[in-house]
Structures are given as C-alpha cells and as structure tokens.
Ligand binder design. Structure first.
Ligand code: SAH
Length: 222
C-alpha cells in the first residue's frame, strides 16, 4: 500500500500486528529501496515480493517481519541466514542482532548484496558463496538460523549448527507452497511447530531440492 518507507512500516506492518518497536525501527532504517532492482524502485514500498535476476525475489516486507518476529532478537545474537538474495533481510538482521553470517549460492547475487551492504556501512556481516543447506559450520553454534528459501524438510545440518536455546525458522514444503516451521533447541532436542503458510523460491542444495523445478523455471523465466 505504501508510497513511502514510513507508510510501509505503518500500514503494512504496524497496523497488521507487527508491534515490536525494535523490529519496526529496523524496517524504518534498512530502506528497501536500496535493495530492489533499479526498474522497480517505485514499487520498493509495496508489500509484495519483487523479482531479482536469476529467477530470485526480494521477499515481501510483511512476510520478512513475521519471520523476524519469530526470531525474538534482542541484539546480542549471532545469526546465520541462508539465501542472501538482495541482502534486504540481511540488513534487517544486521540492525537487530550482533552479527550476521549469510550464505548465497548464486555468485552474482552474493557479490551484489555484499557490495551494497558494505556501501550502506554494515560492518557486522560475514558473507559466503556456497550451499547454505549445509549451513556454515565454521561459525557454529548460532543463536538463530533463518532460511529464506523453501526446503523439503528441516535441514539436519542447520539443526546441528543451532546452539542451545537457539531458534530456527525455515519454510518447509514443496516449491508451490510451504509452512513456516519454527523450532527451538532445548537440552539438545529440537522442538518444532508449524506457524503460517508461506511461499518462497526453492532452496537448491544437498539438503534442499536437487534442482530447480520445471514448473517454477517456466513461471519465473524473465
Ligand atoms: N531474503 C532474500 C530472499 C532471497 S530469495 C531477499 O529478501 O532478498 C532466496 C535466495 O536463496 C535466492 O537468492 C537463492 O539464490 C538463495 N538460495 C537458494 N538455494 C540456496 C542454497 N542452497 N544456499 C544458499 N542460498 C540459496
């Protein structure tokens, strides 16, 4: 609905039940306009996903807010993010947590996001090009892990790399629709629950989908 960043935060987030003040402040600081492709700049504050190159998308603000809300970030956490994409959610995480470790499998997206986030002055982010379905073992354990691509199941590697008391949020389902699964590791046991329905592009990797599904490839070709 919004034509400005302030409208987006007010109408698409706050009035739809996103009430955490730190979360709203982060959305007000990480300007979505900086993360959408040049041709879509005037749509930057609309509450819907926007296309990147390589068939990928910048996630919808409300959906990102629902996911971030589940992470209950206080500011002291080390967070692992799988699927850097445009770097939009990465910036929000960098505002909300102590450090962010982010993994992307498409080189162009990874380098573009890194350049952009460095330009914006973020210094608490580490970047990796690779298969994030296997996590980033060198940084483990993580206090929070968030996956912004659809997985067939919760990847074991991510549960392993989650620290005690840590929270993991991951869309689980098939490429045409998923449920956001949120889990907490307590005394070494991962306890998960299903939350909202969602729709993300597939996680492609060893513990994700083996390949880009035919149907999606057709739908998302430029
Ligand atoms: N939060 C991002 C969403 C990007 S879409 C944003 O708002 O911009 C999901 C991203 O996950 C895509 O960039 C895709 O290339 C990436 N991805 C898919 N499989 C992956 C994998 N195995 N490891 C890391 N990234 C992956």
């Amino acid at each position: 609905m919004g034509n400005s960043l302030e409208d987006m935060v007010e109408f698409d987030l706050r009035r739809r039940g996103i009430t955490d003040a730190r979360l709203l402040a982060a959305f007000g600081k990480a300007d979505r306009k900086a993360f959408v492709p040049a041709l879509d700049r005037e749509k930057a504050y609309e509450d819907r996903p926007l296309q990147l190159t390589h068939g990928q998308t910048v996630s919808q603000p409300y959906m990102v807010a629902l996911m971030l809300q589940e992470l209950k970030l206080q500011g002291s956490e080390k967070v692992l993010e799988i699927g850097t994409g445009s770097g939009y959610q990465t910036a929000l995480l960098a505002e909300l947590a102590k450090e962010v470790w982010t993994v992307e499998r498409i080189e162009f997206l990874a380098t573009t996001a890194e350049d952009r986030l460095l330009d914006l002055g973020y210094k608490n982010i580490r970047y990796r090009l690779g298969d994030g379905s296997l996590g980033w073992p060198e940084g483990a354990p993580y206090d929070r892990i968030v996956v912004s691509a659809a997985c067939p199941d919760v990847p074991d590697a991510l549960v392993e790399q989650l620290g005690e008391g840590g929270i993991l949020a991951v869309p689980v389902g098939d490429p045409n629709g998923q449920v956001l699964v949120v889990g907490v590791k307590q005394s070494g046991v991962f306890e998960k629950r299903r939350t909202i329905d969602c729709m993300f592009v597939p996680l492609i990797g060893a513990q994700g989908f083996a390949h880009w599904p035919e149907q999606q490839q057709k739908d998302r070709a430029p």
